[in-house]
Design a protein around this ligand. Structure first.
Ligand code: HEM
Ligand SMILES: *[C@@H]1O[C@H](CO)[C@@H](O)[C@H](O)[C@H]1NC(C)=O
Length: 321
């Protein structure tokens, strides 16, 4: 009897070890992923992001958006960073990205600083996730613990970038389903849209809103029209949050309640639909926006990551190894 139990215990022990090694081999996201392999990874990224944001506040917005555009296209796998070549088509020329995404040089600089402390250990996808968090913090927003261990893709998808990134012309139900497709709720969508409390948009993305929408404050519309003529000046910039574009705060939602959302898609969050109450709640309680935003960013960062042994750690974020 004792020996039978002994055999069973050994088998159970083996099984436990088997599962343990399996999970090491297949990998999973963890906040301590680089603690022993690259203890300086997080501090190196943080100081590089702080320097970049101090030099240009908008860079914080641009880095945050890169992580979003990475995660929504085949998961958070660094695919957005791959350059086009004669034989490779990346995502940079997709409608939502072309002439719009920025910060690639800053990512290159962060990556080379990280490479110099630990060569080929920290993925580009993880750098984007950490840089997004550090950018929000640098501009006065909430902090959160970043899950790590994403690997970089060797592929990209122009068509998924065109299909899966929501357009500024979207109505509420289209926005809700675009996020649902990525496992994010309507409430995550409203919280994450609070990112538009920082950064800039081009005239071409809000022209129809300021000329044709009726749910817009008329003096706001007139002032936005002056920087965005009916035709031409497509690339003329306007802050997404007119009042505090360099501060990560809850003013975005106050703008919506005042019918001063810059994008049509922004104003859809407060236009008589199911998300109105969440928006007015955030106006009353900005701290709730901060905690919901942080939680939703962690969720977004978990969208189908590439895990070891899949993918690679790119040496140069712009090309596969
Ligand atoms: C809800 C659906 C969303 C739509 C339709 C949308 C659309 C846009 C558009 C059209 C712009 C201006 C781009 C340009 O003119 O070049 C923009 C900028 C921006 N978006 Fe979104 N976005 C959405 C959600 C998000 C999310 C979830 C995040 C981050 C988690 C985000 C972060 C940003 C940031 C920070 C900027 C400013 C970037 C800069 O100044 O460089 N957006 N977005
Ligand atoms: C539109 O915004 C202006 C300027 O903030 C404000 O004075 C006005 O009352 C607003 N109009 C409406 C209809 O809310």
């Amino acid at each position: 009897m004792a020996s039978v139990n002994g055999v069973r215990d050994n088998l159970e022990l083996c099984f436990v070890f088997f599962v343990f090694f399996l999970s090491l081999a297949s990998g999973q996201l963890s906040s301590t992923y680089y603690d022993s392999s690259c203890p300086k990874a997080l501090s190196t990224i943080r100081s590089a992001v702080r320097a970049a944001v101090a030099k240009e506040h908008r860079m914080g917005a641009s880095l945050l958006r890169l992580h979003f555009h990475d995660c929504f296209v085949n998961g958070c796998d660094g695919s957005v960073l791959l350059d086009d070549t004669a034989s490779f088509t990346g995502e940079k020329t997709a409608g939502p990205n072309d002439m719009s995404l920025r910060g690639f040089d800053v990512v290159d600089s962060i990556k080379s600083q990280v490479e110099s402390v630990c060569p080929q250990v920290v993925s580009c996808a993880d750098i984007l996730a950490v840089a997004a968090r550090d950018s929000v913090v640098a501009l006065g927003g909430p902090s959160w613990t970043v899950q790590l261990g994403r690997r970089d893709s060797t592929t990209a998808s122009l068509s998924n970038a065109n299909n899966d990134l929501p357009a500024p012309t979207s109505d509420l139900s289209t926005l809700i389903s675009a996020f649902a497709k990525k496992g994010l709720s309507s409430s995550d969508m409203v919280a994450l849209s609070g990112s538009h409390t920082i950064g800039q948009a081009r005239c071409t993305t809000f022209r129809n809103r300021v000329y044709d929408d009726s749910n817009i404050n008329s003096s706001f519309a007139t002032s936005k029209q002056s920087g965005c003529p009916r035709s031409g000046s497509d690339d003329q910039l306007s802050p997404l949050d007119t009042f505090t574009p360099s501060f990560f705060d809850g003013c975005y939602y106050k703008n919506l309640v005042d019918n001063k959302g810059l994008l049509h898609s922004d104003q859809e969050l407060y236009n008589g639909g199911s998300t109105d109450s969440q928006v007015s709640n955030y106006v009353k309680n900005p701290a709730k926006f901060f905690t919901d935003f942080a939680t939703a960013m962690v969720k977004m960062g978990r969208i189908s990551p590439l895990l070891s042994p899949s993918g690679e750690v790119r040496v140069n974020c712009r090309k596969t190894n």
